[in-house]
Design a protein around this ligand. Structure first.
Ligand code: M6R
Length: 620
C-alpha cells in the first residue's frame, strides 16, 4: 500500500506534494511525510496520522523548494509513529527515499548494514533500503573521479535494488544531486507525469490531474531519472528505453462530499446513478443481448470459452460469488470464484478455453494483479472488471469492462459492489445469448435491468428506518448474517461491511449452514440479520429464521415490501422492493450497507477511514 509522490520542476513542491498526498490517502493514512531539497541538504517533515497532521506541522515548521518527494503510509513493518513515517534518511542525510511495497529480506540486510556501522532509527523495512543506497553511493563515489555525476547515483540504486527481495516502488533524492529524483519499481505501481520544465512521479495518476495529462507508466524493473529538463528511462535488462507517453484518460478527482457527512453515505446514495452508468450503452435491444467495447476477443474466441474463473479480494470477491451464480444460471458456463491471494500461488488445472476475469474496484490490489499475471503467463485470456481508469490491472489485462462508478473514496466499498454485480449480470446475459438463453429471455432481462436505477432509488427510502433500527443494535458485539442463493454473497458482504467500519465481529453464512455449527452462537445478545426476500428459496429461509427465533436470537430481516409474515415473526424488518431472484443482491445489499454505516456512526467510529485498513491493498 502507501502512496508516493515526487516532483522536480519550478513550482513550490511543498503544496504540490501535500495536495498529491491528499489524493493518495486512500492508499494508507497511518502517517505522512515530505522531503524537500534545500540546496546543500534535504529537509524532512513527517508525522503519524493523516495528511492534515503533517500540514499542521508544516505550518509551524515550514519547508519549501522545487524538488521533493512525499509519502502516505499504510504500516507494514513498525508501528504508526513519527519515526517510522516516510521519507527515510540513509547514511548521514546523503540519501532520502520513500517506498511502497515490502522488502522481504530486510532483516538480513539490516544486520549486515549494522555491522558496517549504519545506525537505524526506525523499525521499517524501508530504512534498510535508504542505508543500503547510502552505502552504495559511498562505494561508487570512491570508485569514481566525478563526484557529481548522476551515473554514480543511478549505479548505486541499481546495485541496491538488485539486493532487494520483495516489492517496491521507490523514489530517491540525493543531498549532492539537488535537481534530480530517481524512481524505480518492481511490483508496486509508479507513473511519471510529463510537464514542461517539470516532471512528476506518483503511485497513480491522481496527483497529476490538473497539472499534466501526459503520463508514462513505469513497468517492473524500470528506473527513471528525472530532472527539470530531462527524462532518462532504463530497464534492468534492456538498458535505455524511449519513453512511451500516454494521454491520461479522464481520471475523475471529483470527491466533493456535498451535503453528506461521510463519503460512504454519499456513495451509498449514488447507487441509482452508478448502476445506470454501469449499463449505459451496453444493451443491444435488437439482439436482446449486452455489448462491451473492450473485451478484445472476437465472437469465435468468445464462443469457445467453456470455463470462467473470477478472481478478486474482499468485496470484489463477494461480487464474484454473485457472478458465479449468474453465469452458471444464465450462460451455463462452469464458473469458479477464486481468492486472488490463493490463486496466485495455487496451481489449479485450467483448461485451454478458460477465461479469467479479475474483479477490482481500484485496479491496484496486489494479490489480484499477481493472480491475473499468473493466469496470463499460462496463456489464458484475462479481462478486468475495474473501476479506476488506467489502473495497473486495467492496463495489464487483455481487455476489460469499466464500472464507470466514479471515485469511491470510502474505504468500505459500496457503489463498486453494486456496479460489479450489474456488470456481471450483463456478462451473464452476453454469454447466455451466445449459448442457451432465448431471445425473449434476453429481452426480459434487459427490461428488468433497465428498471433497476429507479428500484434502487426506492430501496434507499429505507434509510430512515435503518437509522432508527441501528440505534438499538449498536451495542451488540457479535452478529450473524444469513442468506441463501443470490443472497448468500450478500450476507457475506453485509458481515464484512459491519466488521470493517464498526469493528464488531460478524459472520456471514448460507442460512441453511447455520445448523451445522454457527447456530451454537445464537443467544439473546447475538442478533441475526436474515436476508429473506420473496423468491424460489423463501420458505426454506423462513424455516432457518424460525430456528433462530426458537433459540431467542434477535432477528433483523431484509424482506420484500408488504411481507407481513416475516414482519410478524422478527424483531425488526427493513422492507425492500420485490425483484427477480437474480437481481436481489442489487437491492438487498443496500440496507446492509446502511445498517453498518449507522452502527459505525453510533459507535463513534471513523467510517471513511477505519482503523488498520486502506482503500487499496497494494501489498501481499
Ligand atoms: O480495489 P479492489 O476491489 O481490488 O479491493 C479489494 C478489497 O481490498 C476491497 O474490496 C475491501 O475488501 C473493501 N475495503 C471492502 O469494503
Amino acid at each position: 500500500m502507501c502512496g508516493i509522490v515526487g516532483y522536480v520542476g519550478f513550482r513550490d513542491a511543498t503544496d504540490l506534494l501535500i495536495e498529491g498526498l491528499r489524493r493518495l490517502e486512500y492508499r494508507g493514512y497511518d502517517s505522512a511525510g515530505i522531503a524537500i531539497h534545500q540546496g546543500d541538504r534535504i529537509e524532512c517533515r513527517k508525522r503519524a496520522g493523516r495528511v492534515q497532521e503533517l500540514e499542521k506541522l508544516l505550518e509551524s515548521d515550514p519547508i519549501s523548494g522545487s524538488v521533493g518527494i512525499g509519502h502516505t503510509r499504510w504500516a507494514t513493518h513498525g508501528e504508526t509513529t513519527d519515526v517510522n513515517s516516510h521519507p527515510h534518511v540513509g547514511g548521514n542525510g546523503e540519501v532520502v527515499i520513500v517506498h511502497n511495497g515490502v522488502i522481504e529480506n530486510y532483516s538480513t540486510l539490516r544486520t549486515k548494514l549494522q555491522a558496517l556501522g549504519f545506525v537505524f532509527r526506525s523499525q521499517t523495512d524501508t530504512e534498510v533500503v535508504a542505508h543500503l543506497l547510502a552505502h552504495h553511493v559511498e562505494e561508487q563515489l570512491k570508485l569514481s573521479d566525478d563526484a557529481e555525476g548522476t551515473e554514480i547515483y543511478v549505479r548505486a540504486l541499481e546495485i541496491t535494488i538488485s539486493k532487494l527481495k520483495g516489492t517496491y516502488g521507490i523514489v530517491a533524492m540525493f543531498r549532492d544531486l539537488p535537481d534530480v529524483i530517481i524512481a524505480a519499481r518492481a511490483g508496486s505501481p509508479l507513473v511519471v507525469g510529463v510537464g514542461k520544465g517539470e516532471y512528476y512521479v506518483a503511485s497513480d495518476a491522481s496527483p497529476l490531474v490538473g497539472y499534466t495529462d501526459e503520463v508514462i507508466y513505469l513497468q517492473d524493473h524500470e528506473m527513471v531519472v528525472l530532472t527539470t529538463t530531462s527524462i532518462d528511462l532504463r530497464h534492468r535488462d534492456s538498458g535505455q528505453l524511449s519513453p512511451n507517453i500516454h494521454t491520461l484518460d479522464q481520471v475523475s478527482t471529483d470527491t466533493d462530499l456535498g451535503d453528506f457527512e461521510h463519503y460512504m453515505l454519499k456513495e451509498i446514495f449514488e447507487q441509482p446513478q452508478t448502476i445506470a452508468n454501469a449499463m449505459r450503452g451496453r444493451f443491444n435491444e435488437d439482439e436482446a443481448t449486452a455489448v462491451f467495447g473492450g473485451l478484445n476477443l472476437d465472437p469465435q474466441q468468445l464462443r469457445r470459452i467453456d470455463r470462467i474463473v473470477l478472481t478478486a479480494c474482499g468485496t470484489s470477491w463477494h461480487a464474484g460469488l454473485v457472478g458465479e451464480y449468474l453465469l452458471e444460471e444464465f450462460a451455463r458456463v462452469p464458473t469458479e470464484v477464486e481468492y486472488a491471494s490463493e490463486l496466485r500461488y495455487r496451481n489449479p488445472p485450467l483448461e485451454d478455453n478458460t477465461m479469467v476475469f479479475a474483479i477490482t474496484q481500484s485496479g491496484e490490489t496486489a494479490d489480484t494483479l499477481a493472480a491475473l499475471r499468473e493466469c496470463k503467463r499460462k496463456g489464458h485470456p484475462t479481462l478486468a472488471i475495474c473501476n479506476v481508469v488506467g489502473s495497473t490491472i486495467a492496463r495489464e489485462a487483455d481487455g476489460g469492462i469499466y464500472l464507470h462508478a466514479g471515485p469511491e473514496v470510502g474505504v468500505a466499498s459500496t457503489k463498486a459492489f453494486t456496479s460489479q454485480v450489474t456488470v456481471l449480470t450483463l456478462l451473464a446475459l452476453f454469454f447466455g445469448r451466445m449459448r442457451h438463453l432465448s431471445y425473449p429471455a434476453g429481452k426480459r432481462m434487459i427490461s428488468r435491468l433497465k428498471e433497476m436505477p429507479e428500484i434502487i432509488e426506492r430501496t434507499l427510502k429505507c434509510n430512515e428506518v435503518v437509522e432508527e433500527i441501528s440505534s438499538r443494535y449498536s451495542q451488540f458485539n457479535n452478529f450473524l448474517y444469513l442468506g441463501r442463493l443470490y443472497n448468500f454473497p450478500v450476507a457475506l458482504e453485509g458481515a464484512l461491511k459491519l466488521k470493517e467500519i464498526s469493528y464488531i465481529h460478524a459472520e456471514g453464512y448460507p442460512a441453511a449452514e447455520m445448523k451445522h455449527g454457527p447456530i451454537a452462537l445464537v443467544d439473546e445478545v447475538t442478533p441475526s440479520v436474515f436476508v429473506i426476500p420473496r423468491g424460489g428459496i423463501y420458505p426454506k429461509v423462513m424455516s432457518n429464521l424460525e430456528e433462530v427465533k426458537a433459540r431467542k436470537g434477535p432477528v433483523i430481516a431484509i424482506a420484500c415490501e408488504g411481507d407481513t409474515k416475516v414482519a410478524d415473526l422478527v424483531d425488526d424488518v427493513i422492507f425492500v422492493p420485490d425483484v427477480e431472484d437474480y437481481l436481489q443482491p442489487l437491492v438487498t445489499s443496500i440496507p446492509l450497507q446502511l445498517l453498518s454505516y449507522y452502527i459505525a456512526v453510533n459507535r463513534g467510529c471513523n467510517v471513511d477511514r477505519p482503523r488498520n485498513l486502506a482503500k487499496s491493498v497494494t501489498v501481499e
